[in-house]
Write a protein that binds this ligand. Sequence first.
Ligand SMILES: [Fe+2]
Length: 150
Amino acid sequence: MNERLRKLVETLEADHQDLTADLRILEEFVLVGKGSPGPEFWARVVETLNRVHARLKSHGELEERELYPALRMATGEESDWQLGMTEMQDGLIIKEVTRLFNLVSENPRGISLPELKESATHLKRWLHEHMEIEEKFLFPKILKLKPPSE
Ligand SMILES: [Fe+2]
């Protein structure tokens, strides 16, 4: 077992859990928010989006830097569609979170509650797909790789 890659997978899995928790928080806000929620509600939405954005950015960068190259090198074209899918999901998620963040940070009423609700649903689905592909297919592959010296 390659210790460096095992630690990488552990870090990425922990990120997935944190991101899931953040999106659950966002979803809960959306569920409790009715009519026209006050500034406190929007401040918490901005805070959550800010956290999701920062986490996603570092998560995506770590995957691009460490996970994808290791998989490409070890499995060749075999992992292409899975890598392509997770990279696409990453792109969609980060684009949508950035859009939301810009909207609500400039003007807390820049987005309506139904729009936020729809957006949170998309984010949840994309993140779920990203995690499913990685945890079901890519992480097990990377965990099977041997260190270069073995
Ligand atoms: Fe990931």
